[in-house]
Design a protein around this ligand. Structure first.
Ligand SMILES: Cc1ncc(COP(=O)(O)O)c(C=O)c1O
Length: 370
């Protein structure tokens, strides 16, 4: 190994990736302790249905959802939700705030041929775009946290008659506090702050969103079974999914939710991710070779910190050296193309491990090219 980081500078756990991300050892122990009660058993029987019910109840508690909101679940991760929304949530036209890759992917799904072309509000990576009320738009959509750039957006309902506010919370859910009354749909996959694995999507949906889903389902629009949100609502009410879900994903999610709730819920989680991300932003502000990529401090994500490096430093070489020392997934988002490190500060990641990470990076910087 070219550069060996001294052990006393290394984090205890070297996983800093943006997803799939760190799963706490206690979750794996809980999974093993479940023995033969969940894994390898039918998803139509009480043990798994109770697990789905527990996940739904805990998510509702975590988000403090208002009366009438429901937690729905389906297979296929957030990417499947985008297509499901194009089939069953957007009535005619969406407005999509695009300030990175993931917002752009939903905008692409919203360009389905049976809809009017979306009103796309694009901003340069590292900045935020804002919604504007436009007549004829019935869904306003943006990511709570844009994982590709490390920009976090405020969650505030768009005050437009009959329109829904639809938030991609894939990398925010469980790590950033917000007011659930401000969104009609808050959807995510659980492989980030929620410390689980991929393959499922969940959404907290308002009564207005359920009404929209039911109205479109009852119309003559063609909707494939697998992407039907109406199917998801009906099955979720029975604590099941249309087809077989990943039981491991559900189990890991359930134990993560219990851990967050037992520690104080979303406010606790948010203070922990803020503490961790501040370590990185403060380190970068103080560094002569690094700067936070997101220049407006108010828009910096508390869960995904992106740090730019001077041209004199090869960030890819830092990430490669860290990886060789067991610190993984600090590479930037592949399509952003910047001389950057991207570090997840999700709730499972120990703030002290983030402090150790900065010490490790300092050591690599002192020894790179030395
Ligand atoms: C903000 C955001 N939205 C959507 C996705 C896609 O999620 P999935 O891989 O579960 O489809 C990701 C994945 O990283 C994401 O970060």
């Amino acid at each position: 190994m070219a550069i060996e980081i001294p052990r006393d500078l290394l984090p205890a756990d070297g996983r800093f990736g943006c997803g799939p991300s760190k799963v706490r050892p206690a979750q794996l122990e809980a999974l093993i302790a479940s023995g033969s009660t969940i894994l390898g058993t039918s998803h139509r029987q009480a043990p798994v249905k109770n697990l789905v019910g527990s996940v739904r109840e805990q998510l509702a508690a975590l988000f403090r959802v208002p009366e009438g909101y429901e937690i729905i679940v389906g297979n296929g991760g957030s990417t499947a939700f985008w297509d499901a929304a194009a089939f069953g949530l957007i009535e005619r036209r969406s407005q999509n705030l695009v300030f990175g890759e993931f917002g752009g992917k939903f905008a692409a799904s919203a360009g389905a041929p049976w809809l009017d072309a979306p009103d796309v509000r694009k901003a340069e990576p590292g900045t935020l775009s804002v919604a504007e009320v436009v007549s004829g738009v019935d869904v306003y959509a943006w990511p709570h946290n844009e994982t590709s750039t490390g920009v976090a957006a405020p969650i505030q309902r768009i005050d437009a008659e009959g329109a829904l506010t639809v938030i991609d919370a894939t990398s925010a859910a469980g790590g950033i506090d917000f007011d659930a009354t401000q969104a009609d749909v808050y959807y995510f996959a659980p492989q980030k702050n929620l410390g689980s694995d991929g393959g499922l999507w969940f959404a907290a949906v308002s009564p207005a969103a359920i009404e929209r889903i039911e109205r479109i389902a009852a119309s003559d629009r063609y909707i494939p079974e697998f992407l039907s949100l109406k199917n998801a609502v009906d099955n979720s009410r029975l604590n099941q999914t249309l087809n077989t879900p990943a039981l491991t994903t559900l189990h890991l999610l359930d134990s993560q939710l219990r851990w967050i709730l037992d520690n104080g819920g979303l406010a606790w989680a948010a203070s922990r991710t803020s503490e961790s991300s501040s370590v990185l932003y403060d380190w970068a502000e103080a560094s002569s070779v690094a700067t936070p990529f997101v220049s407006d401090a108010a828009e910096r994500s508390p869960v995904v910190a992106t740090i730019d490096f001077d041209d004199s430093i090869d960030a890819a070489a830092i990430a490669k050296t860290l990886r060789a020392n067991g610190i993984v997934d600090t590479e930037p988002y592949r399509k952003l193309g910047r001389n950057q490190l991207r570090v997840a500060t999700f709730v499972s990641i120990e703030p002290d491990d983030v402090r150790q990470l900065t010490r490790s990076i300092d050591f690599v910087l002192e020894n790179l090219g030395a």
